[in-house]
Design a protein around this ligand. Structure first.
Ligand code: ZN
Length: 484
């Protein structure tokens, strides 16, 4: 369908009521070479700014102001609280281009997407603001006519300033990163005396969490756990009380958002008794949370399958899942990209109620598209990534062995996409994303970024299909059914 010579996104066409009469709003694509998307706003619809067209309608660019107006006019384009649903899935689209592909998939499955999900570190590495992250999701949802609820996650936030920033924009989920409050170096030898309240609450007791599982604590063990996680309880409680306690309707809280407690970024796995202690203490403190992200045994490295003892994982996730069920929240699985070997256990033990987070795998699929469609550019970036690898690896825990990566110059063009089936090559491209996007030419222009976005723009359908296939494999192995 065309409008004034522009291609219209048919799924975006939306009729709204303005002062008792109908008005139309939709998205269209500008003619080349610009080719940018824009909104077409019916003459009676207030709140948007742009250029007035011959028929009186407004051609509104995809700006933050227009995104705000759109969220008000069409509430389905604003995020909602989906973490409290049985199944939710975070999609960390760092480039702001993946949501149309994700939508094709999430329309089909019985799971709620969190299209906007980014940490502050990711914002810095991609030169984005939370406004950009949210607006990219809003415009994609509008363009594709997605009517299910979807979430926006201020991921791995550590400070009240960052929490206020995300909530102020309407993010519907806060993932509180507690890593700086975990005292990992506490031992039996250096732990301070056990506070009396913990002694009464936990010692000489068996906690029956159902399913034949009992949790109990020895004094020495409890002393270490209390010292290690006491600061986490205080931090979570204070952030919760400050931002989320009560509801905006009661006037008690300014914001309404789901709350996730993340303790995964720590050096040692969270034991079942540590997990029980944290959950119990948060409940005692009156904190209402939807999810906890423990650090599981084995390794959840970026962009590759589970590394570790699967039988051990199966045994531990059973207890973690039972603890979560007992206190009525869900487990959240961070670095959930590509953990195909353990998805069936997660699905079974969580009984189909979980939150999974992915991010970098969506970037890897975007780079696979580059390898498929512009081999010369891919080779250039691959060589740069190898040169930049040592700098990037300081920030990640990965076991990448670059000597296992085939020589890119010895591969034919058609073989390049297969690099994304090689774990070492995946991690190479995964952890260098910030450096690749930020690499500058001597004259200050971007070495790769603009060319990359050009390729992705030209190959939107290829990327959407790649995401549908790759993220679809996640949903299938997690046992998520298709909707009727
Ligand atoms: Zn995490």
């Amino acid at each position: 369908m065309h409008y004034s010579g522009f291609d219209v996104y048919e799924k975006s066409i939306c009729t709204v009521q303005i002062d008792g009469s109908e008005a139309e709003i939709f998205m269209a694509k500008d003619s080349p070479p610009d080719g940018a998307d824009f909104l077409v706003i019916g003459t009676t619809i207030p709140g948007f700014s742009g250029e007035r067209l011959a028929d009186g309608k407004i051609k509104a660019p995809l700006t933050n102001d227009n995104a705000n107006a759109l969220r008000k006019l069409c509430p389905f384009t604003a995020p909602g609280r989906v973490l409290c649903k049985d199944r939710s899935f975070g999609l960390g689209d760092r480039l702001g281009i993946a949501t149309p592909g994700h939508i094709k998939l999430f329309e089909q499955y019985d799971v709620y997407p969190v299209f906007a999900q980014q940490s502050i570190r990711e914002l810095n590495l991609t030169n984005r603001k939370y406004e950009d992250v949210l607006d990219a999701a809003t415009f994609a949802v509008f363009r594709e006519g997605f009517r299910k609820s979807w979430g926006a996650d201020g991921d791995h936030l550590k400070t009240p300033e960052d929490i206020a920033y995300a909530l102020g924009l309407g993010f519907t989920m806060i993932t509180l990163d507690c890593s700086e409050h975990i005292k990992s170096d506490v031992t039996k030898e250096n732990a301070p005396a056990l506070p009396e309240k913990y002694r009464d609450r936990y010692l000489e007791k068996q906690f029956d969490i159902g399913e034949g599982i009992n949790i109990s604590f020895t004094e020495a063990e409890l002393q270490v756990i209390a010292a290690m996680y006491g600061g986490v309880i205080d931090f979570v409680t204070s952030m919760y009380n400050r931002f989320l306690k009560g509801s905006p309707a009661s006037g008690e809280a300014e914001y309404s958002a789901d709350f996730e407690v993340s303790i995964d970024e720590t050096s040692t796995p969270t034991t079942p008794s540590q997990h029980y202690f944290i959950a119990r203490e948060l409940v005692e403190a009156g904190v209402s949370f939807a999810t906890i992200a423990p650090r599981f045994c084995g390794e959840f490295q970026k962009g590759i399958d589970y590394v570790g003892d699967i039988a051990q994982f199966e045994k531990e996730i059973k207890i973690h899942a039972a603890i979560a069920r007992h206190f009525r929240y869900k487990l959240s699985i961070h670095s959930g990209s590509d953990k195909f070997n353990v998805f069936p256990y997660i699905s079974r033990e969580c009984r189909g109620a979980f939150h999974i987070k992915t991010a970098g795998t969506n970037w890897l699929e975007a780079m696979r598209v580059v390898a498929q469609t512009d081999p010369a550019l891919y080779r250039e970036i691959h060589r740069y990534a190898l040169a930049a690898f040592d700098e990037a690896r300081q920030y990640y825990h990965v076991s990448t062995d670059v000597s296992n990566i085939p020589d890119v110059d010895a591969l034919g063009d058609a073989e390049l996409p297969s690099l994304f089936d090689n774990n070492d090559s995946r991690q190479l491209i995964h952890i260098t994303y910030g450096l690749i996007l930020n690499k500058k030419n001597p004259d200050g222009s971007c070495a790769f970024k603009d060319r990359l976005f050009g390729i992705w723009r030209q190959n939107e359908d290829v990327y959407a299909l790649a995401l549908e296939k790759h993220i679809g494999k996640h949903l299938e192995l997690l046992g998520i059914s298709k909707q009727l």
